[in-house]
Write a protein that binds this ligand. Sequence first.
Ligand code: C2E
Ligand code: CA
Ligand code: CA
Length: 618
Amino acid sequence: MSKKIKLVLPFVLMVVLAVSFLSARTMTDISTYGKLINYVGIVRGASQRVIKLETNDKPNDELIGYVSGILDELLTGEGKYGLKRTGYESFNKDLEMLDDQWGHMLEEIEAVREGGSKEPLLECSEDFFDLANETVFSIEEYSGERSYALSRRLIITAVFCLIACIAAVINYVKKYFDLNKKTEMLTEQAGRDPLTGALNLARFLKDGDDIILKNPGLKFAVLYIDFENFKYINDVFGYESGDLLLKKYTQLMQESMGEDELFGRNVADCFMALRRYEDKDELLARQMDIDNSFLEQEVLPDRHNVTVVCGFCCIEDVIEQLDVQGLINRANYAKKTVKNMPRKHYAFYDESIRDKMLSEIRISDRMASALANHEFLVYFQPKVSPADGSVQSAEALVRWRSTDGSFYMPGQFIPVFEKNHSIRILDQYVFEEVCRFLHDRLVKGLKVIPISVNVSKIRFYTPNFVEIYAEIKNKYGIPDNVIEIEFTETVACENQEYMMDIVNELHNNGFLCSLDDFGTGYSSLSMLKDMSIDVLKLDARFFKKSADIEKERIIVQGILQMIRKLEMRTVAEGIETEEQVEFLRSNGCDLIQGYYFYRPMPEDEFAFILDNSVLQNC
Ligand code: C2E
Ligand code: CA
Ligand code: CA
């Protein structure tokens, strides 16, 4: 209840009580006046009867006593008839005059009884009658006035109560609407992302499903949008700049929203939109215009910018009956097909993407049975010394030969297993296969060389990862420094302190550590000084044909020198030409892994090389 109402309510109640009390009193008075009118009327009538009896010589003292009694009680307010004296002066005066006149009449009656003339008595009685009439009129008038005052008071009270009620109702209705508004506001806030004000996922899904359901005749598309290298923006320019980008983009997108269109933020830099469209080209052009104007705003310093990538899923292109969540998944899928592609930033979900998705689902579903059937094979790619061409070590690379005869490369299934997190099972399987291979050779007294195994990000962050791997290594009796663990630069950059601990733990358990794909990320150099890594693998991208080969050479030379000074060994990946080998040899690269020397090969071929290579130096 509002403060005002709380203050006014007791006042209203007091007024109503006071008015009720006064009105009750007035009503009692009015009924009293009614009785007085009756009794004055009785006095008037009875006096006439007294005169009639007296003039007919039938005196009636009892009747006279009755009239005197009433008159007496009217004057004093005391007696057996319950007549009260009023405070109305004019009536009281009339009563006194009436009583005086009654006194005269009694004298005249006495005179008539003693044989006197009746004439004076009749005159006196007429005066008495007139006086009695006036007395009745007077009290009637007073009673009328009181009644009028009462009804006026009652009307005022009723109006007052009505106003109070209306005020209370208005207040109640206002409060009801205020509450509704507040509830709406809270619901609205609850459905929005606090940073950007865009809809959150739950709200986007709900509103999106409602809109699509209500407009079956319209064409709708769901867009899934994100910024490339947003993590880089946050790291380099700080979270404030990252937040500013998200807010600016939200503002632009929200301004562009039409009727029955929605914009929301899922997580981090992932946005989604529901758009109406007539024509797909127009839909694409509309989005490109927004993204271009966003990029023109130059939110970041020094003309740095992000790249916006967007996947579209038009309902008309989806065979299944999907809700908005399903459409988002498909739009996201389409977006992933263009993420990190140099020139293409927009993709529509279509049949080919659908096929790819379905094949991923099939791959994902087949993982468990493939493991059980030993469909995963470990291939080995030797790493060669550029100095003498000897095989110094090798990398274990997984392949999948399905029972139906299909042969899959890691690029086809590893991303799927990374997505569904089953990659850690596969990593462990490959690792154990390598241990088994080495164990078999060791038992037979055959030569072994260090083998590196890849470990995915998820495996790295699995608790007891090192403990589990060390247990397997020990189970197969593998000597220390024979197995090398390869993890990527991105994994290392993400959580350096954790990585340093893991690297130390790996060393303590007799593993070598290798940093894979060096040069693909952005904070590699700062990291190298803190981490005691044994081997650094230069990514194949360093050796791909580039616009300025001279600059490229200078960079690789510099890195090789630096790594040597840091007492790490270097492996160059993806080496395919003699020229590359020559360059690496002359610049002191330790090992070369590439098709120039060997492609990844099955276990028996690799074993053959190990058994027959005269140059190997174990
Ligand atoms: P990676 O770890 O960088 O492995 C090197 C990749 O480069 C291998 O591809 C290898 O075949 C390829 N390669 C080597 N030399 C050359 C060359 O001269 N030219 C070209 N064009 N390519 C060369 P692959 O076997 O297809 O493996 C691809 C990626 O899949 C690997 O890249 C690795 O990230 C991942 N992978 C492979 N096996 C496993 C595994 O057991 N576990 C995990 N987590 N990832 C694995
Ligand atoms: Ca690798
Ligand atoms: Ca690599």
